[in-house]
Write a protein that binds this ligand. Structure first.
Ligand code: 6PG
Length: 237
């Protein structure tokens, strides 16, 4: 595991973008699961601005680690956020974009998406393997859409699960912990002071850290990188 701390969000975006560009270089095909929420916005903007013309986007297939169960035009949609901050700024074939259908019945969509991953990705011990999974972390220690109050979903048999946001009750489709930990590379993008307490508890393995789904991220390949800004890393010193 590697922990990288940078002065601010912009620098995190710059450094992650360089890491991503290096990962995809020369690859015939590359399958990446994107995170949602707000952190990725500045990262996607940087990626498009600095590498929009140099990365061969036609070799990259985009998936999501989780999606809110809302239509694609809804302000809550991770797909909509990604179109606004990335896809609208780069030349990516639409057949390379594999969105979770937020408008579909959640249980049915979780099954459909799990089957799609089985078809599109290589499998290791029958688990679909992404080349890269990008994750965020909530200030409650959730990641993807596996929340502490439903931590049992981490070990679900199905590759994709239906989760419920603890406060809003919003339903979500999420990949499970086995898919996350089978990825060749996992990158956490965590910024802001609101995350610092959980970052400290998890990375310093403080009492009770195992209750946070983000603490369970431990890819079999060992290739886990935390991209933090100083605000999120402030508890580590
Ligand atoms: C989502 C995400 C979720 C997110 C964290 C952090 O759909 O919301 O995938 O896991 O990464 O909640 O969100 P912020 O970047 O908005 O802090």
């Amino acid at each position: 595991m590697e922990i990288k701390s940078f002065k601010d969000k912009q620098e995190v975006a710059k450094q992650f973008s360089a890491y991503f560009a290096d990962l995809v270089k020369g690859k015939g095909s590359f399958h990446v699961a994107l995170s949602g929420g707000s952190t990725p916005k500045i990262v996607f903007e940087e990626l498009a601005r600095e590498y929009g013309d140099t990365i061969n986007w036609s070799t990259i297939h985009f998936y999501w680690g989780d999606e809110r169960c809302v239509p694609p035009e809804d302000a809550e949609s991770n797909y909509k956020m990604t179109v606004e901050h990335l896809f609208s700024k780069i030349e990516v074939p639409k057949e390379n974009i594999h969105r979770i259908l937020g408008e579909a019945k959640p249980e049915r969509e979780a099954m459909r998406y799990a089957n799609l991953l089985e078809i599109n990705l290589d499998r290791v011990a029958s688990i679909p393997q992404f080349d890269l999974v990008i994750l965020g972390m909530g200030d409650d220690g959730h990641t993807a859409s596996i929340f502490p109050h439903q931590i049992e979903l981490w070990d679900a048999t199905d590759h994709c699960v239906v989760a419920t946001h603890p406060n809003s009750g919003q339903r979500r489709v999420s990949i499970n912990g086995k898919v996350i930990n089978t990825a060749k590379e996992v990158a956490f993008l965590v910024t802001g002071s609101g995350k610092s307490e959980k970052v400290d508890e998890i990375l310093n393995k403080k009492d009770g850290f195992e209750q946070y789904p983000a603490s369970l991220v431990n890819p079999k390949t060992g290739n886990l990188t935390w991209f933090l800004d100083e605000a999120a890393a402030s508890g580590l010193v």
